[in-house]
Structures are given as structure tokens and as C-alpha cells.
Design a protein around this ligand. Structure first.
Ligand SMILES: Nc1ncnc2c1ncn2[C@@H]1O[C@H](COP(=O)(O)OP(=O)(O)OP(=O)(O)O)[C@@H](O)[C@H]1O
Length: 651
């Protein structure tokens, strides 16, 4: 006789208060894709894009750049700085020589026999120009050498920080955004040394020119600075406009990024085609792209206007400076030779000033992104693994006592006052309907997540006090979504951590899951690359991959083995092999197993039944199927198909 499903029918929905209502009568606003972006930080950073904060921050940014470079390659940094100093000095020397060269050349115009007097000054001019050109090449080469190394170091530190974050970090909406921001910091870090050294070089040029101008006529330099101010202010304003536009378009750019991935990634490429989904996704992509474009266009025009005003004001200022030079020359306050030098010095100073503003602005922008990177590296976006340091032995008894767990940002607890035990040598099966909290329980047992309240202990020690990496060396997990590493079959089983017996241990592990049968079909056995889409390796079927994933767990010499639906993709023969081999595997391990195929739980010492985050039953397979309760209901539902056979019909 068919068994009726005792659970509520899916045609009813819960409302916010837990009340039930007909789905058809409750209109719910459609949720649109909007990533939660902690824009507050970025807007705060935009406030730093002002002239005053630039002046305050730039020295520390340059110091930070060179200190990062220092950690990467000291010798290159020393040579780079020495080149800059010599280049700046020779620039000033060249300008001083200009006056003498002009005097000599003017004298020569009246008396050609005095031509030789110009030779020393012209030689100094030529020599310093040549030296500066050479130093420029050297500086460029040294920067090119340093830049990729700085960026690699920045990337390495970011990746290290990411792998040292709590697993729960991925459930915090801000974490991915902060990681993206840090990645942008890594991208721009390669520009940092070039910008810093250009900034320093512009400063050296300006200082050299200022010294020369001051010696010619002191008023000239402040006038020049005054002329450059509007351009500087316009530059900074423009940068702020662009940065704010970048922040404003962040959400849409992330949506585009995500859609791009869904449109082209292999995993769902079949469904994009058979579900004829591409036009719909592309429409969403285009809508976001148009919003980004509109915001960028507005920002571009706004910036152009600001730049135009700045350029016009600077043009007026420059006219004032040149007028002053003419006035000084006309009134005889400076000689013709000095005026000639002033022309060079003013041009040089203007170049230096422009460089200071331009590179300073670039550096400041790079600095904003580097701040994101630094924050991530230092705190892993506030999610750095910060647990105890105790190193556990192979666990003999793992317990959960009154454990409650709530996911970050969730409004309800997923687990409620759960008590659970598993001992070395024991197999405990966990069953329950979808969403009842089984996988969540597995994550707590293996220390991936920490309890919100209550205690998870390994041999009496709270897992929060254990060194997490040492704990995971004693943990072996086959998750529902196991990884398919783009590596060889051997590496996919050893995970880069071979056992002393080498391939013998690999093959033994492969036998427990039926992966040995897969290996025999591979063109190079254990050496075969299992990554066709990357390196021309071999593609496995989902079930073959699952055998490899189980072999991986069996190979790992860990005291806790957690398997979350390890046979969902397997054929009956492979599934049989795994479950009949599980007892041998449990010898010196505590095994916890989640499965929806209830027949498999008969091999377990104990079956634990979960319902809506609670443990509602516990006992042996036979006790539970003979007892009124959820296990018996589910078992009967799984056994009743025969009553629906064509010739039998419903009874
Ligand atoms: N990362 C997460 N953030 C917020 N809630 C989550 C998260 N992961 C799971 N949940 C919620 O926790 C509840 C239990 O999920 P869990 O994956 O533990 O169920 P399960 O029993 O393993 O389900 P299944 O049989 O479908 O694998 C679900 O209601 C789910 O919405």
C-alpha cells in the first residue's frame, strides 16, 4: 500500500511570521540582483581626494611604496633612489650652466673670438643632459624590474590572508566585495613604484628649478606656483569625480561580472543553451552596462568642465609669469642671459609642478586601492582565523553540547540546542529532509564553522581553542560539492600530501571507492591530468569524480571522517563498495555520514534524525524504522514505489 506523505504540501508557504498562507494570495515584491556593497568605506576614501589630504598623505604613501619595495629587493631600491638624487642634482647643475652658456653665447655674438669661453658651460650642459638621459633609462629599467615583484608579493599576501579567513567569511555579504577591492589594490600595486619614482623625480626637477629661479629673481617661483594651483585643484576634483563614479557603478559592474561568468562558464553552458536563456541573461547584462555607461558619461563631462576651468585659470597665471619675465628684462632687473635661463628654469619648474600634481593624483588613487588591499591583508576583512593554539591528537570522542548555530546575517538559527556524540571506531549516520541542518552540523563537527552558542569539543577541548590548521590535519571531509582539482589523478587523491607508502596508499584508497576502476581506464594511470578544459587532460563523469573524492578522504590519515552524501552520483555497484568498506575505514576513525538513501544507514552504529535544526530521533536503523517517527515515515516513502507499478496501479 502506498504511504501518504505526512509533511505539509508544497502549495502552502510560510509568511514572515511563520504563519502559512496560500502562495497565490500573497503578492511578494520581486527581489532584484543587488549586491550588498559596503559603499561607506569607499565614500569615506573619496573624501581623501582633496588638496589638503593629498599633501598630508602623499609622503606616507611614498614611504609605504618604498618600504614594500624594500622588502622585495633592497639593492634595487637603493640604486633607484641614488639615480633619482643624482638626476635631480644634475638637472639643477645644467640650469646653472645655462646662464653661463647664454652669457658666453651673447658675448660671442659681438666678438666671435670669445667662442671658446662658451665651451665649458656648454660641455656641462651637454654632460648633464646626457647623464640625465642615461639615469632616466636606468630608473625606468629598475622600476620595471621592481613593479612585477611588488605586485606578486602583494598578491601573495592577499591570497594568504584569504586562506586564513574563517569559512564563515564567505557568508558575510561584505567579504567578497572587500576581496575584490583588495584585488584591485594588487592590480594597481604594479603602478605604485613607477608613480612614486616619477613623483620623486618631478620633485627633484622642481627643487632644482626653484633654486635656480630664486637665484635669478625670487618672485618668479611663487608666481609660478600660483599659476599651477588652479590646474592642481582641477586635477584633484576630476579624480574625485571619477572615483565617485566608480563607486556608484560598483554594483552594476559586479552584476555584469557575475552574468559574464554565468554566460560563459562550462558548468552551466549546457543549460544556457537548452533553456534558451542567453537572450534573457544578455538583456540583464546590457541593462547594467547601460547604467554604468550613463554614469561614466555624466562623470566624464563633469570632469571635462572642471579641467577646462582649471586649464583656463592656469593659462592666465602662466601669462602673468611670462609677462613678469619680460617686464624684468625690459626694466633691466635681469640680464638677457638670466632671462634665457629663466625661460628654461620656468619650463623645467612647470614640468616638475605638473608632474607633482599628476603623479601625486595617480599615487593618491593607487593609495586608495592599496588601503583596501592593506586592510584585507591585515584583517582578512575582519574574518581572520583567530582561534586557539592547542594541537589536538587523533580525536577519540567528539561532542556537541547544546549547540545553536546561526549563519551570519541570517534572521533565524539553523541548529537549535543540538547534542551529538561520535567516538573513534564508530559510524554515525545523519538523516533528515532537505534544509534540516545536516550539512551545517557537518561544518560544525569539522570546525569549519564555530557554534553560535553551546560547545563543540574534541576530547573535551573546545574546538575554538584548537589550532584550526592542526585540527584540519585530523579531519577528512567529502562535502556535497567536492572540488575537482585541475591536477593529476594522483594529486587529486593525495592532495599534495602523500603518505609514506606512496602510490600503494593511493591505490588502497582508490579501492575503497571504486576509483581503482577509473584509474585503469586513464591513459597514464595516476599521472593522468584530470582537467580537460585547462591542460588537455581527461574529463571524468560526475560519478567517476565522486569515486575520486571518496578515495581522497580515505587516503587522508585523519581521525574524523565526515561524508556528506558521498554516493549521490554513484552507480549501485560503486555505492555498495563504499558502504561495505566503510567499517574497515572506521577502524581508527570517527565516521559521520549524511545520506538520503536510508538503506545505507543500516551499516551505521547509530542513526541520528534531524528535523528543522533539531535532533528528533537517535537509535539503530532497525530501532528507528520500527518506531513511529520521521525516520519511519521517510523509510516508508522510500520503499513504496512498487505500489505505483503500471500493472498494479494505485491501491
Ligand atoms: N551559508 C548559509 N547562509 C545562510 N543560511 C544557510 C547557509 N547555508 C545553509 N543555510 C540554511 O541552513 C538551513 C540548513 O541547511 P543545510 O545545508 O544544513 O541543510 P541540509 O539538511 O544539509 O539540506 P540538504 O538535505 O538539502 O543537503 C537551510 O534552511 C539553509 O537555508
Amino acid at each position: 500500500m502506498p504511504v501518504s506523505d505526512t509533511s505539509d504540501t508544497p502549495s502552502k508557504l510560510h509568511d514572515e511570521n511563520g504563519e502559512r498562507d496560500d502562495a497565490s494570495t500573497t503578492p511578494v515584491a520581486e527581489e532584484t540582483l543587488a549586491f550588498d556593497h559596503p559603499g561607506g568605506d569607499s565614500l569615506e576614501l573619496a573624501d581623501l581626494l582633496t588638496g589638503r589630504s593629498m599633501a598630508r598623505r602623499l609622503p606616507s604613501l611614498i614611504r609605504r611604496t618604498f618600504s614594500l619595495a624594500w622588502q622585495v629587493d633592497r639593492r634595487t631600491v637603493v640604486v633607484l633612489l641614488a639615480c633619482q638624487v643624482v638626476s635631480g642634482g644634475s638637472g639643477a647643475l645644467g640650469l646653472f650652466a645655462t646662464t653661463q652658456a647664454f652669457s658666453a653665447l651673447i658675448a660671442t655674438a659681438q666678438d666671435t673670438s670669445r667662442l671658446s669661453e662658451a665651451v665649458p658651460a656648454v660641455s656641462v650642459l651637454a654632460g648633464t643632459a646626457g647623464l640625465r638621459a642615461l639615469l632616466g633609462i636606468a630608473v625606468q629599467a629598475l622600476s620595471n624590474r621592481l613593479s612585477p615583484r611588488i605586485s606578486r608579493e602583494a598578491e601573495f599576501r592577499m591570497l594568504e590572508a584569504a586562506t586564513n579567513a574563517e569559512q564563515a567569511a564567505y557568508d558575510h555579504p561584505g567579504f567578497n566585495d572587500r576581496f575584490d577591492a583588495a584585488e584591485r589594490g594588487v592590480d594597481v600595486s604594479r603602478d605604485m613604484i613607477g608613480q612614486s619614482q616619477n613623483y620623486v623625480s618631478s620633485l627633484a626637477t622642481l627643487v632644482g628649478a626653484a633654486v635656480v629661479l630664486a637665484s635669478l629673481y625670487p618672485l618668479l617661483f611663487p608666481l609660478l606656483v600660483l599659476a599651477a594651483v588652479p590646474q592642481a585643484v582641477a586635477g584633484i576634483r576630476g579624480e574625485r569625480i571619477t572615483y565617485l563614479a566608480t563607486v556608484a557603478t560598483h554594483k552594476d559592474r559586479r552584476v555584469m561580472y557575475m552574468l559574464r561568468w554565468h554566460l560563459i562558464a562550462k558548468d552551466q553552458s549546457d543549460q544556457v543553451r537548452t533553456d534558451t536563456l542567453a537572450p534573457y541573461l544578455l538583456k540583464k547584462y546590457r541593462a547594467s552596462a547601460e547604467r554604468v555607461e550613463a554614469t561614466s558619461n555624466t562623470a566624464t563631462w563633469k570632469r571635462a568642465k572642471v579641467t577646462l576651468v582649471g586649464a583656463a585659470a592656469t593659462g592666465l597665471g602662466t601669462a602673468l609669469v611670462w609677462g613678469t619675465v619680460l617686464l624684468l628684462l625690459g626694466s633691466g632687473r635681469i640680464s638677457a642671459a638670466a632671462a634665457g635661463t629663466a625661460v628654461f628654469a620656468l619650463r623645467s619648474a612647470a614640468t616638475g609642478l605638473q608632474g607633482l600634481v599628476g603623479y601625486g593624483r595617480d599615487l593618491l588613487r593607487t593609495g586608495l586601492y592599496l588601503d583596501d588591499w592593506e586592510r584585507f591583508v591585515n584583517e582578512a576583512a575582519g574574518q581572520r582565523l583567530d582561534r586557539g593554539t592547542l594541537v589536538p591528537r587523533r580525536p577519540k570522542h567528539i561532542t556537541l553540547r547544546q549547540v545553536t548555530f546561526r549563519y551570519p546575517e541570517a534572521t533565524q538559527d539553523t541548529l537549535h540546542a543540538v547534542d551529538f556524540d561520535v567516538r573513534q571506531g564508530e559510524i554515525v549516520a545523519v538523516i533528515g529532509e532537505n534544509g534540516s541542518g545536516k550539512s551545517t552540523l557537518m561544518k560544525l563537527l569539522s570546525g569549519l564553522n564555530l557554534a553560535t552558542s553551546g560547545t563543540v569539543s574534541w576530547d573535551g577541548v573546545n574546538v575554538a581553542d584548537l589550532d584550526p590548521h592542526a585540527m584540519w590535519r585530523e579531519t577528512s571531509v567529502v562535502p556535497q560539492d567536492f572540488a575537482r582539482w585541475p591536477m593529476t589523478a594522483r594529486e587529486n587523491i593525495t592532495l599534495g600530501q602523500p603518505r609514506p607508502e606512496g602510490d600503494r596508499a593511493v591505490l588502497r584508497a582508490a579501492e575503497t571507492s571504486g576509483a581503482d576502476d577509473v584509474l585503469t581506464t586513464l591513459r597514464s594511470g595516476l599521472n593522468t591530468l584530470l582537467a580537460r578544459e585547462w591542460w588537455g587532460g581527461v574529463a571524468l563523469s560526475p560519478g567517476q569524480w565522486q569515486r575520486v573524492a571518496v578515495a581522497r578522504a580515505a587516503h587522508r590519515d585523519a581521525g574524523l571522517l565526515v561524508m556528506d552524501e558521498p554516493t549521490s552520483d554513484l552507480d549501485p555497484r560503486a555505492e555498495h563498495r563504499i558502504f561495505t568498506g566503510l567499517r574497515a575505514l572506521a577502524g581508527d576513525r570517527a565516521v559521520v555520514l549524511v545520506t538520503h538513501n536510508l538503506a545505507n544507514t543500516s551499516i551505521a552504529d547509530r542513526v541520528v534524525v534531524m528535523d528543522q535544526g533539531h535532533i528528533v530521533q537517535s537509535g539503530t536503523f532497525h530501532e528507528l524504522i520500527n518506531q513511529t517517527g520521521l525516520m519511519q515515515d521517510l523509510w516508508r516513502l522510500q520503499q513504496d514505489r512498487d505500489a505505483y507499478r503500471p500493472e498494479g496501479g494505485r491501491t
